[in-house]
Design a protein around this ligand. Sequence first.
Ligand code: DX5
Ligand code: ZN
Length: 218
Amino acid sequence: MPQVAPSILSADFANLERDCRRVLTQNSPILHFDVMDGVFVPNLSIGVPVLESLKKAVPEAIYDVHLMIVRPAAYVEAFAKAGANYITIHYEAESDVADTLQAIRALGCKAGLSLRPGTPPEALFPLLDAADLVLVMSVEPGFGGQAFMPGAVDKIRALRAEAARRGLPLLLEVDGGINAETAKPCIAAGVDILVAGSAVFKAEHPVAVIGAIAGATA
Ligand code: DX5
Ligand code: ZN
């Protein structure tokens, strides 16, 4: 069964611990933590001090940190020390991607690589040995609540096929516009983790929504 990673970008930041506890269950232990610098994407969000506090308040969660920042290499150590378990950087970032993925692994985290909707999956193929996870963006990064871009499904399929061909134990994650409907083709294409922000946190019964997304079949 695929996993769901609620994106706390859509949580109530004045009640972050409460909102995180509301979505965490034994079957769904991951929290997606979106970091934006106002340069790589036209928005600002949260950073190291928030992760540090959240890790202390909710230590049992797995923290899936998505860095939408121009120079991730300068910050991966700080995020690892603050409690990140997965750290994902963008293929389009300015830092040396292969070196940064290696640095993330050396810090004891899973190394993730993400691509914008306009980047072809083949661009990542030479880097797949250095990555534990690929995060396929199904919206233009920067904001929650956008509509799912169906082009992501073919990318998931292409990356799944390439990983299988090379025998790589790659985790595939999709991020943007995910709900119980848009999850279906992603799961059919072989995704392992589905990020969902607004669908989960704006729902009256977040745990039910998480179950519906994870169990979505075409
Ligand atoms: C967008 C972020 C996403 C976002 C998803 O740039 O990377 O993680 O929070 O939000 P929804 O699920 O509302 O599209
Ligand atoms: Zn994200």
